[in-house]
Design a protein around this ligand. Structure first.
Ligand code: 1JT
Length: 257
C-alpha cells in the first residue's frame, strides 16, 4: 500500500460525472486520507458532482470555469480559508468543439483552435501558478491527463492532439520552474476510456476494439488504473519523478505494426 496521505490536501479540476478520470483520481486520493476540493465547470454539473462527492470524506465542492481568472482566484482563496495549504493538484480538464473532432485537421477554425488550447493546455499553467503559494515548503505534486493523440496522428482527435502536445510541453517547463521549490509535475497518458468527453466521438468504439486487439495487455484500461497512478504520482513513492508522461494504456504506446 502506498504511503498514507492523511494530513494532506488536494484540489481536483475536471469532475463531470462518475466516469470522469478526475473522479477516479479523487476516489484513489480520498481512499488514502487526502482531504479534497472538487471543482466542476458549469452549474449544469453541480448537482451531479455534489451527489458523487457524498462518497468522499468531508470534501469541499466549488465551481471553476478554468477560463475565468476570477473563478480560479476565488477557488484558491476558498482553499486557503478551508485547508490553509495545498499538497496536490489534479488537472483533468479538456474541451474542443464537437465539429473540430471530425474530418480533416486543416479545417480547424482559429476560434476552435484557441478555445481548445485555452481550456485544455493553458489552464494547467493558470491553476498551477495560483497553487504554488499554498504549496510552499510542502513538496507539492501536480498531475495532468493527456492522450497519445499528442504524439501520433489519431484520426479525428485533431486540434486536441495539438493542445495535448502543448500541455505535455507545459509539464516539462513547469517541472523545471518548480523543481527548485521541491514541487513536482507529471502527466498521465491514459488509454481510451468511455467518459463524457469520449461520448459521441465518431468511431470511438472502434478505437476501444483496436486497443483490445493490439495492445500488449489485449484489453482496455480502467478508471481505477488511472486513479492509482495518480495516487502514486501524488505520493512519496514517486519522489524522484517529475516532468514525465506516464502511460496507463495497456502498453499500447510501445507498438509499431
Ligand atoms: C476531449 C475529448 C479530450 C475527448 C478526448 C479527450 N481526450 C481523450 N479523448 C477521447 C478521444 C477523443 C477522440 C479520439 C480519441 C479519443 C472530447 C471533448 C474535448 C476534449 O479520436 C478519435 C476524438
Amino acid at each position: 500500500m502506498p504511503t498514507k496521505l492523511t494530513d494532506r490536501t488536494g484540489v481536483i479540476f475536471g469532475v463531470a460525472n462518475k466516469r470522469s478520470l478526475a473522479w477516479s483520481c479523487a476516489k484513489a486520493l480520498d481512499s488514502q486520507g487526502m482531504r479534497l476540493c472538487l471543482t466542476y465547470a458549469t452549474d449544469r454539473l453541480e448537482a451531479g458532482v455534489r451527489k458523487l462527492a457524498e462518497e468522499l470524506t468531508n470534501p469541499l465542492i466549488l465551481r471553476c470555469d478554468v477560463t475565468s481568472p476570477e473563478e480560479i482566484d476565488s477557488v484558491f482563496e476558498e482553499i486557503e480559508r478551508e485547508f490553509g495549504h495545498l499538497d496536490s493538484l489534479l488537472h483533468g480538464v479538456a474541451f474542443a468543439k464537437r465539429e473540430e473532432l471530425a474530418g480533416d485537421f486543416y479545417h480547424t477554425s482559429k476560434e476552435g483552435y484557441m478555445l481548445a488550447h485555452e481550456v485544455s493546455a493553458y489552464s494547467l499553467t493558470a491553476v498551477a501558478r495560483r497553487a504554488l503559494p499554498l504549496m510552499e515548503g510542502r513538496e507539492g505534486t501536480i498531475v495532468t491527463l493527456t492522450y497519445i493523440g499528442s504524439e501520433r496522428v489519431v484520426r479525428n482527435y485533431n486540434v486536441m492532439g495539438i493542445a495535448k502536445a502543448a500541455l505535455e510541453a507545459s509539464v516539462r517547463y513547469l517541472a523545471n520552474d518548480i523543481g527548485r521549490l521541491g514541487h513536482r509535475v507529471n502527466a498521465i497518458s491514459a488509454g481510451p476510456i468511455r467518459t463524457l468527453s469520449a461520448s459521441g466521438v465518431e468511431g470511438f468504439s472502434k478505437i476501444l476494439d483496436h486497443i483490445e486487439a493490439h495492445s500488449p495487455l489485449r484489453r482496455n484500461i480502467t478508471g481505477e488504473e488511472v486513479g492509482n497512478t495518480c495516487l502514486f504520482l501524488c505520493s512519496n513513492m514517486s519522489h524522484g519523478i517529475t516532468g514525465s508522461t506516464i502511460y496507463v494504456d495497456s502498453g499500447y504506446h510501445i507498438m509499431g505494426v
